[in-house]
Design a protein around this ligand. Structure first.
Ligand SMILES: NC(=O)c1ccc[n+]([C@@H]2O[C@H](COP(=O)([O-])OP(=O)(O)OC[C@H]3O[C@@H](n4cnc5c(N)ncnc54)[C@H](O)[C@@H]3O)[C@@H](O)[C@H]2O)c1
Length: 265
């Protein structure tokens, strides 16, 4: 996909990976972009900083169907039909079996159902035009796991499953789909998890290199250009996923050892 001249929506765009993608997409020459986040002020400030002539920042809760449909309408009315929808907002919980039902529901709503709402809102116009691109920010946790965060591990697997389903169902009708699956990235999500002592954040840092959001944005632009389904800013994740698929029992044993090491340290 050539980003120059396209119309883009990015959710969870106020900071971290979303903001880095927004800056990079602007540098690639997009024609118009809507940046959406729960934090409306930060999304608006980023839009003004990037280029108010072609970027709009708005408040949006991605779990609200009407608000997500509103993003697609705003982008269309301001810049033209959406070419690329980046469903990027996501949350961690840092909790296990003790997770209460409201937290499970919120994780499902933000990490999974928001992708469904986005596809429902934007796919009809893409199918009508016979082209469009959906980028779903999932996680390496959706291919491997998230130690110490049951809702994150489970919902990110579901997010990868939905992205695969979209790709196989609509791929022959001009719709491209990519699942972005980074491991550790230095964003507020990770640094706040570390500050709270979340095991998941500590394991993420111990498990491999922590990339900058800008490095992830580079990987996204390369992955979109290649129209690759799986975008892995940490390429080693492919090897971990292969080994997990080849021998799940051995992989689980390795994970138990990792947990014991983290808990001892
Ligand atoms: N940081 C990492 O190590 C890492 C690794 C793999 C995947 N990811 C994924 O990358 C995506 C971006 O995360 P990040 O690391 O940049 O985190 P972040 O917390 O810095 O950014 C997430 C943004 O999403 C917004 N958001 C949360 N809930 C929302 C909602 N209901 N509606 C609208 N916006 C909402 C937040 O306000 C925030 O600005 C997430 O899906 C996350 O799961 C992050």
């Amino acid at each position: 996909m050539e980003l120059r001249g396209t119309v883009v929506v990015v959710t969870g765009a106020a900071g971290g990976i979303g903001a880095a993608m927004a800056r990079r997409f602007a540098a690639e020459g997009v024609a118009g972009m809507v940046l959406a986040d729960l934090d409306r002020d930060a999304a608006s400030a980023l839009a003004r900083e990037i280029d108010p002539a072609r970027v709009t920042g708005v408040g949006c809760d991605v779990t609200d169907a009407g608000e997500v449909a509103g993003l697609v309408a705003l982008a269309r009315d301001t810049y033209g039909p959406v070419d690329l929808f980046c469903s990027n907002a996501g949350i961690t919980t840092g909790t296990g079996l003790d997770t209460d039902d409201a937290t499970w529901q919120r994780a499902w709503a933000v990490n999974v159902h928001a992708h469904v709402l986005a596809a429902r809102a934007v796919l009809p116009s893409m199918l009508e035009r016979g082209s469009g691109y959906l980028l779903q920010t999932c996680s390496a946790a959706g291919l491997l796991t998230a130690v110490g965060d049951a809702p994150y591990a489970v919902t990110k697997h579901a997010a990868v499953g939905f992205a695969e389903w979209l790709a196989m169902t609509y791929g022959d009708r001009g719709i491209k789909v990519s699942a972005l699956c980074p491991q550790g990235v230095r964003t507020p999500m990770l640094t706040e998890g570390l500050a709270r002592g979340h095991t998941a954040a500590r394991v993420t840092v111990a498990a491999g290199p922590v990339l900058t959001p800008e490095q992830v944005a580079d990987a996204v632009v390369a992955g979109l250009a290649a129209e690759r389904f799986l975008i892995l800013p940490h390429p080693e994740v492919a090897g971990y996923a292969r080994r997990k698929a080849e021998d799940p029992d051995r992989w689980l044993g390795g994970m138990r050892k990792l947990i014991a090491t983290i808990e001892a340290g």
